[in-house]
Design a protein around this ligand. Structure first.
Ligand SMILES: N[C@@H](CCC(=O)N[C@@H](CS)C(=O)NCC(=O)O)C(=O)O
Length: 347
């Protein structure tokens, strides 16, 4: 794995996208060394990234925004070592404390104003790039990792605790209840664990990572296999959601927090950008009403920023979209009424 590449380069000989595992896999536990404490941890996120948005959902659903601080990157990847002609890596950048891009040229100068902007400096170190945060944690020029978000940073020991969203959200759900505003909410309840684990498994391979397998494939065969599996899994969701309100049961769980970020990006980005155009989500009655239902769940909307989502994908991978043109549609209304109350009130 060379540091000059991103996940777009993680393609096998037969043209299939093969995601690299996250390398920081520590957990928050009462026994330490990473104990649950208010104010100790910092999340580095992108509002564009479906994996990072899982962690944002947890902060808002559990009421942890006063206890875990956040830095949010600009959506357009930038050259991270622009002065080194041999290092072509492009990745996440922060804005400066004046709100302007700190990384120079390449078209990110025109930011929208107002609340949709949501890009911050690195509040801890004023780094220019997420890559610099990895360098700091790895004691020099970081190698052997992609420079991904989310990152859970420990301000006490000054390092990365985890860069694996599935584990960060488990810990945010269960380890911070001493001070979470919404401590009664358990997104991984004992009784539903087998159902949640089972759903997570096929949703991850078929849908969450499945859209990337479609979009980053470099052969027809790899794309065909991924897109077939993707729509088999979406059909399966449509069927399940015709029988119950949420994907793993009658209550909102971690499985919904993991499925939703892919679905909410699907019609706006993936259909065009990753060529997942067999069907839109809004053509599936149950899935589309479910997306609106989850979006309208108190807290969830704070993890959705369509300007970040569209800007990131369409402007960050020149190999997929050389001119970085962001298409206009379909501009769906997530606040439209949904019909999910037919399964009873959200519990
Ligand atoms: N396993 C990671 C995946 C995170 C991930 O792939 N993040 C993407 C953004 S959507 C990223 O930061 N990519 C940077 C790169 O590929 O260089 C997780 O779930 O936390």
């Amino acid at each position: 794995m060379t540091p000059g590449e991103t996940a777009v380069a993680d393609v096998s000989k037969d043209g299939a996208f093969v995601r690299k595992d996250a390398i920081f896999r520590n957990r928050i536990t009462p026994d330490g060394p990473y104990t649950p404490e208010s104010g100790r941890y910092h999340l580095y996120v992108s509002y564009a990234c479906p994996w990072a948005c899982r962690t944002l959902s947890l902060l808002h659903l559990k009421g942890l925004t006063q206890h875990v601080t956040v830095s949010s990157v600009h959506p357009t990847w930038q050259r991270t070592r622009p002065d080194d002609p041999d290092d072509k890596h492009a990745g996440w950048c922060f804005v400066g404390t004046d709100g302007a891009s700190v990384s120079g040229p390449s078209g990110v100068g025109s930011f929208p104003g107002g609340p949709s902007y949501n890009c911050t400096p690195d509040h801890l170190f004023e780094s220019t790039f997420v890559r610099d945060v990895y360098d700091r944690a790895m004691g020099g020029a970081a190698v052997g990792t992609r420079f991904t978000v989310p990152i859970l940073w420990d301000k006490q020991t000054n390092t990365i605790v985890s860069n694996e969203s599935s584990e960060i959200i488990r810990d945010l759900n269960s380890q911070f209840n001493a001070f979470a505003d919404n401590k009664e909410l358990d997104l991984y309840p004992e009784a539903l664990r087998p159902a949640i684990d089972e759903v997570n498994e096929w949703v991850y391979h078929g849908i969450n990572n499945g859209v990337y397998k479609c979009g980053f494939a470099t052969s027809q065969g790899a794309y065909d296999a991924a897109v077939t599996e993707l729509f088999r899994c979406l059909d399966r969701c449509e069927d399940i959601l015709g029988k119950r309100r949420y994907i793993a049961g009658d209550v909102l769980t971690e499985a919904d927090v993991r499925l939703f970020p892919t679905l909410v990006r699907f019609d706006e980005v993936y259909v065009v950008y990753f060529k997942t155009n067999k069907k839109f989500i809004h053509q599936y009655p149950n899935l589309w009403n479910y997306v609106k239902d989850v979006y309208q769940t108190p807290g969830m909307r704070h993890s959705v920023n369509m300007w970040h989502i569209k800007t990131h994908y369409f402007t960050s991978h020149p190999v997929l979209n050389a001119n970085a043109i962001v298409p206009i549609g379909p501009d769906l209304n997530l606040d439209e009424p949904h019909d999910r109350h037919r399964f009873g009130a959200a519990k």
